[in-house]
Write a new protein. Structure first.
Length: 123
């Protein structure tokens, strides 16, 4: 089966990068150095000739001051249809929300346990 590829999404990722490269003081060469690729490869990413790899999302977002979520969402659209990307995004959001609820419950429990220990020590 041929893998899904969306050249319009690749071009959109390139446009996001180009806009932020212009705002930042980084050159193509500077970004290429940070990512460990050639400056030619950056040109290919910016022009949409090559699909931008997900593993470059975090260092690129940090280097260019791009919202990491916006960049990752756009990158995923290169490789999956929008409906699938939205489903992935919703699943991740639900997972994070559940983790935060669990983390809050644990911290409440930890707080109560510390209070119990303090009461025992003061007796």
């Amino acid at each position: 089966m041929t893998p899904y590829r969306n050249p319009h999404a690749a071009l959109r990722v390139g446009q996001i990068m180009e806009a932020h490269l212009k705002k930042s003081e980084l050159s193509y060469r500077d970004l290429a150095h940070r990512l460990g690729v050639s400056d030619t490869k950056i040109v290919y990413f910016v022009t949409g000739r090559h699909y931008f790899p997900v593993e470059f999302a975090k260092p690129t977002a940090e280097a260019l001051g791009i919202d990491q979520g916006e960049l990752i969402y756009s990158i995923l659209l290169q490789y999956f249809p929008k409906a699938e990307v939205d489903a992935i995004w919703e699943a991740i959001a639900a997972h994070i929300s559940e983790q935060q609820k669990t983390g809050e419950e644990e911290s409440d429990y930890e707080t109560r346990e510390k209070q119990k220990k303090k009461r025992k020590k003061s007796r």
